[in-house]
Structure formats: structure tokens, C-alpha cells
Design a protein around this ligand. Structure first.
Ligand code: TYM
Length: 324
């Protein structure tokens, strides 16, 4: 089975990105053929600093490997380095109704967030994502819940293409993880997001002091009971989910363990758990940053391997569309 996924280098990666996406990728690389990209072209659809982008790409590559991706077991590459992605984006645009793109939740949200920057690239964002996925004849796309609508649209586009021009693309499926939607620490009814204030998320390289501070001040409620109830107690439920995903213990067991112990004790234990689990990431990052040429080699090697697959698909697509 072939797996494809990616992350936009638009900010520090946090435990939501890890639990929603990367943690699954690490498990999948052991048994499936995995391709993971750093989606730098997607990062240009919202305001960004051109002189910071390549640093952000590098930082994302460091994060992928520090968190456990192994370039010996999967292909890691930078999206903009494989030109087939932009070529296919154009072609898929010619068979996609504008209405399908306009109804995407992320387009509506980002348009509201950046009213001065509602560009055609933001509207076409899902076409680029569909190209990423379809170029690699992907079976499964492991993402968090916020991206599943884009994968659904990718399936529709692939079906439409196959019907119009003949069998070309595999129809991919979305693969959601148990941590499909981790919420903001300050507003637990909103998803944790890397473009928000850093106090709302735990960065994968946060130092122990920062982790403690953020967890201790995470929003909960005025009750005492540690119980998973998303509607009534979204804050404590989010913390319980994080605890469960990092420790591997079921939520019911954690509720039992902390019965009548109060929020403070629970938060102290959660902070300790996160400090312990994230410590190896910080250690690996330090090591990697001393070897920038290793990273360059990994990405160049990944580009070659990714491009070889992408080229095969593009040849088929061009033929089917009469562009040869
Ligand atoms: P991005 O960069 O916004 O997010 C990267 C991954 O992290 C997941 N995620 C979360 N999961 C759980 N809880 C959260 N609070 C949370 N926040 C983010 C996202 O669902 C995603 O899996 N367009 C994509 C990147 C992309 C891509 C692709 C993904 C580009 N091409 C092809 C799959 C296939 C994005 O912006 O993700």
C-alpha cells in the first residue's frame, strides 16, 4: 500500500500535528511504502515572509526526523522541488467546478482570517493537495480531521478524471487517527493551530518550563471531576485525550486513576508525561542541527525518488488529456 501525506511549513509543529498526523506516519513507515512532503507551495497561500520560508522548510524537515520519521524507511521531500505537482494542479483545475472549491471549510475560514489576502491560490489549495495525493497513486492519506474534506474532494476529482479520460488515478482513502482533533489549550472548542498564539499549543520542542506553564494554565472548568465529556467539559476532555494518546492508557483508566485527585494533580502528571515524551525530540533536533548537509542529502534523495513516481503518473495524464 502506498501512503502519502504532508504538512505546511507555516509555523512550529505542535502536539496536534504529532497526534493527528506524524505519530501515525511513524507507525506506517514500518510496514507500508510511505511518501511525505513538506508542502511549501501551500504555505504561500496565506501571508508569509519570503526570506523565512526556506528556514521553515528546513525546520519542518528537522521536526519530521526528530519526531521519528526515518529517511531509510520513507521518502521525504519538498513539494516545490517536484514540478509535476504544479503541472497537475493546473490540469485538475480544468475539470473541477469552482463551486466545489468555494464550499471548502478551510477556504471559508482562511478568507475570513485574512480578508486582504483572498487569492486564487487559496481557492485552488485543494487542487494542489489533490495533485500531491494523486501523483503518487496513493491508497491511504493519514491526516487530522480538518483535512479530511480535502481528501474527500480529491476522491471526487479522481473519479471525475477517470470517467472523463479513462482509468488513470487510484482512488485514495482518508485515514484518521485517534488524535484526529486536538483542541487549543486556551479555547478548547477550537482546534489547536500552529498559526495561533504559542500559549494555545505545546510545541514539539518546548522546554520543560514552557510545557508546565502552558498545561497549568490550560482552560478547564469550575468543577473538580476528571471526566471525559466533550460537550460539558471540553477543556478537561482535551487534556484527557492528550494524556491517553501519549501514555497509551485508555481514557477510562486515567479517569479512574485521577478520581477525586483534582485538576492540579492531573495537570502536574500530564506536564511530566509530556516533558518525558518530548525530551528525545529535543535531543535529536540538537544533533540534526549540527549536520545541515545530512538533511540536504536526505531531501535531495527524497526528491529524486518522489519525482521518479510523479513523472510516471504525469506521462499517463498528458497522454490521456491529449497533451503529447
Ligand atoms: P497542516 O500543515 O495544517 O497540518 C498538518 C497535519 O496535522 C493535522 N493537524 C491536526 N490534527 C489533530 N489536531 C489538530 N489540532 C491538528 N492541527 C493540524 C492536519 O490534519 C494535517 O494532517 N494541506 C495540509 C498539508 C498537505 C497534505 C497534502 C496533507 C499538503 N498536501 C497531501 C495530506 C496530503 C495542511 O495544511 O496540513
Amino acid at each position: 500500500m502506498r501512503i502519502f501525506s504532508g504538512i505546511r511549513p507555516s509555523g512550529e509543529l505542535h502536539i496536534g500535528n504529532y497526534l493527528g498526523a506524524i505519530k501515525q506516519w511513524i507507525e506506517l513507515q514500518e510496514k507500508e511504502e510511505c511518501v511525505f512532503c513538506i508542502a511549501d507551495l501551500h504555505a504561500t497561500t496565506t501571508p508569509y515572509q519570503p526570506n523565512q520560508l526556506s528556514k521553515a522548510v528546513f525546520a519542518t524537515a528537522v521536526t519530521y526526523i526528530s519526531a521519528g520519521l526515518d529517511p531509510e524507511k520513507c521518502i521525504l521531500f519538498v513539494q516545490s522541488k517536484v514540478k509535476e505537482h504544479t503541472e497537475l494542479t493546473w490540469l485538475l483545475g480544468t475539470i473541477t467546478p469552482v463551486g466545489d472549491l468555494k464550499r471548502m471549510t478551510q477556504f471559508k475560514e482562511k478568507s475570513k482570517e485574512h480578508p486582504q489576502y483572498v487569492n486564487a491560490g487559496l481557492l485552488n489549495y485543494p487542487l494542489l493537495m489533490a495533485s500531491d495525493i494523486l501523483l503518487y497513486q496513493t491508497d491511504l492519506v493519514p491526516v487530522g480531521k480538518d483535512q479530511s474534506q480535502h481528501v474527500e474532494l480529491t476522491r471526487e476529482i479522481a473519479r471525475r478524471f477517470n470517467k472523463k479520460f479513462g482509468e488513470t488515478f487510484k482512488i485514495p482513502k482518508v485515514l484518521l487517527s485517534k488524535g484526529e482533533k486536538i483542541m487549543s489549550l486556551k479555547n478548547p472548542t477550537k482546534k489547536m493551530s500552529k498559526t495561533d498564539n504559542p500559549q494555545t499549543y505545546i510545541g514539539l520542542f518546548d522546554k520543560p518550563e514552557a510545557i508546565k506553564k502552558k498545561i497549568y494554565s490550560a482552560k478547564t472548568d469550575s468543577e473538580k471531576e476528571i471526566k471525559f465529556d466533550v460537550k460539558r467539559k471540553p477543556g478537561i476532555s482535551n487534556l484527557l485525550a492528550i494524556y491517553s494518546l501519549f501514555s497509551g492508557f485508555p481514557i477510562k483508566e486515567i479517569e479512574k486513576e485521577f478520581k477525586e485527585k483534582g485538576y492540579q494533580v492531573f495537570k502536574e502528571k500530564l506536564a511530566q508525561l509530556l516533558i518525558e515524551k518530548l525530551e528525545p525530540f529535543r535531543r535529536k533536533k540538537k544533533e540534526l542541527e549540527l549536520h545541515p548537509d545530512y538533511l540536504e542529502k536526505v531531501l535531495e534523495d527524497g526528491r529524486k525518488r518522489a519525482q521518479a513516481i510523479a513523472q510516471q503518473t504525469m506521462e499517463k495524464v498528458r497522454k490521456k488529456m491529449g497533451l503529447f
